[in-house]
Design a protein around this ligand. Structure first.
Ligand code: SF4
Ligand code: SF4
Length: 367
């Protein structure tokens, strides 16, 4: 099918039918070398991890509308075949971009991955978590030399210039909020990264915060997001590189998404329907699939569908879960599902268009 004709079924899927995912997250492993206090990952061994053959079957049956696959963990680079996993998705699915999240502790593995991805022209966006300045970060995550390894990992990724996107990510939690603004400035001015992402604590630990701490987290999150907005507008933060549609949309969503997340966090109220289970989904290390990583609902395990992703996605159980999410007006602050909600709901389009126009003008001013 010609490229322009593919847009029509993709738009129909995103806006009307919601039958196929546009954004999937695969937990490639539940193993990790760090021990972060805020972690919600349920640590496991490599025994049940999906292998390459199974991953290929899943990728090639993930439909025609998939745009992005995020590979996460655990620590993703503990999988020695991480590059092969990324390549399988890129070559066998319709995904046009790959996100790799990492704690940044294994620079040699990052280097090998970057070299291979560059050779194969696979567009990768790296997301590295960063909570505290310097050695305090290594201590907090209980991983010796983590800070210096992150610096090294960043250096390697940056050495590929325009080829890859690099984002440092800070999560606002009861542990990090007091120093978060200082950490943000350090990432911007000393580590000099092109993009910074600030996310709010989520999962079970977010539900046991006292109202006072909740207020502090909310204020810190707002301050950092406002700084990010200003820094992006004046070119101190570059945002996603390039003039591709993905970069334009991601930079525009960065400007508006946080306001809805903050509103949801502050008011604890539903704003718009969630697309988890329809346009967005999770594949766990062992083949379990779920609408999201927050709701305690499992669609099934892919091995029961011979690793045919769409067969599982269109099963009766998946349908019931989707209906329940809509019926109960489920809401949360999970950024990945919010991202898809934003792009699939016409009510957000005027604001999205406004942010795109503002970013285009900004490009002209900072050049
Ligand atoms: S690096 Fe990530 S997966 Fe590992 S312990 Fe920390 S939060 Fe959990
Ligand atoms: S609102 Fe949050 S918890 Fe509910 S389905 Fe969507 S992502 Fe999951």
């Amino acid at each position: 099918m010609k490229k322009q004709w593919k847009i029509i079924p993709n738009l129909y899927n995103a806006l009307v039918s919601h039958k196929e995912p546009v954004f999937l997250t695969q937990f490639v492993t539940q193993r990790c070398n760090a021990k972060c206090p805020h972690c919600f990952v349920d640590f496991k061994t490599a025994d049940d991890e999906l292998n390459l053959e199974q991953t290929e079957k899943i990728a090639s049956t993930s439909g025609n509308c998939l745009r992005n696959i995020a590979l996460t963990g655990g620590e993703t680079f503990l999988r020695n075949d991480l590059f092969e996993i990324a390549k399988i998705w890129y070559k066998n699915s319709s995904a046009k971009s790959i996100v790799v999240t990492t704690n940044g502790s294994l620079p040699q593995k990052v280097e090998e991955f970057a070299k291979n991805s560059s050779r194969e022209n696979i567009p990768v966006s790296f997301f590295i978590s960063y909570d505290f300045i310097g050695e305090k970060h290594s201590e907090y995550r209980q991983l010796p030399h983590l800070h210096e390894n992150i610096i090294e990992s960043c250096k390697i990724i940056k050495s590929y210039g325009e080829k890859f996107n690099l984002t440092l990510q800070i999560t606002i939690t009861p542990d990090t909020y007091k120093t978060a603004i200082e950490t943000y400035k350090y990432m911007r001015d000393e580590l000099n990264v092109q993009n910074i992402n600030c996310t709010m604590i989520r999962g079970e630990k977010a539900n046991i915060i006292t109202p006072d701490i909740r207020k502090e987290l909310s204020e810190t999150y707002k301050k950092i997001q406002e700084m990010l907005d200003n820094d992006f507008d004046c070119g101190k933060i570059q945002g996603f590189k390039g003039n591709s549609l993905t970069s334009i949309l991601i930079n525009a969503k960065n400007k508006m998404l946080w306001k809805y997340i903050l509103k949801t966090f502050n008011e604890n109220q539903y704003i718009s329907p969630c697309c988890a289970g329809s346009l967005f989904g999770i594949i766990y290390y062992n083949g379990d699939i779920a609408p999201c990583e927050i709701l305690n609902e499992k669609i099934g395990n892919l091995k029961d569908f011979d690793y045919n992703f769409l067969k599982a996605w269109k099963s009766l159980n998946a349908d019931n879960i989707r209906k329940e999410i809509i019926k109960t007006k489920c809401f949360c602050t999970f950024e990945c599902s919010w991202l898809v909600n934003l792009f699939s709901s016409p009510r957000f389009y005027p604001e999205l268009l406004y942010c795109i126009m503002k970013n285009i003008l900004r490009e002209k001013n900072v050049q």
